[in-house]
Design a protein around this ligand. Sequence first.
Ligand code: URA
Length: 207
Amino acid sequence: MDTHVVAHPLAAALLTTMRDRRSSNPAFRAALRELTHMLIYEAIRDAEVEEFDITTPVAPARGVRLANPPLLVPVLRAGLGMVEQASSLIPQSQVGFVGMARDEHTFEPVPYLESLPADLAGIPVYVLDPMLATGGSMVHTIELLAERGATDVTAVCVVAAPEGVAALENSKLPVRLVTAGIDEGLNEDAYIVPGLGDAGDRQFGPR
Ligand code: URA
């Protein structure tokens, strides 16, 4: 699997704000938005463009646009904080939704919402989830996408655990990973260490 770790001083500083337990919910959300901008910017770097004619105030010119705008799929609830920034960066994108809770005893994903186009053949898909922990939710989401014909999926995650990266690799699903960091591992509660805590709670407050 192709894994791209975005190594940039501004990305590292934003990730630090997100990791810091003293950051308020609004500060955490703001850093997540900005970091999403950088992750998407890197993720879409090699996307195909098509040319078309425009006229500047001075002369005719050739312009470019994305040949194949992606579908964005935030995984609720934590992925919600990434979708507005991603769609403002790629205004032609459409948005689907997957809702996944996790069973706090087995750490298995518990799906509760699936709102996706029926046919994803030929459409690049960006799955937005800040945390790639065990990989269970991400693998399940990509399976839903692959069932609909998706063959070009990018997992866009703020932080990944090696266990989650391995789960994606072992799944043999058509996915690449773009992340701001790969951490040490998971603790006994399947939280990423050092991580940043519960990405949903850090954005929206505890349930
Ligand atoms: N989900 C989170 O929000 N945080 C983790 O560390 C792991 C899963």
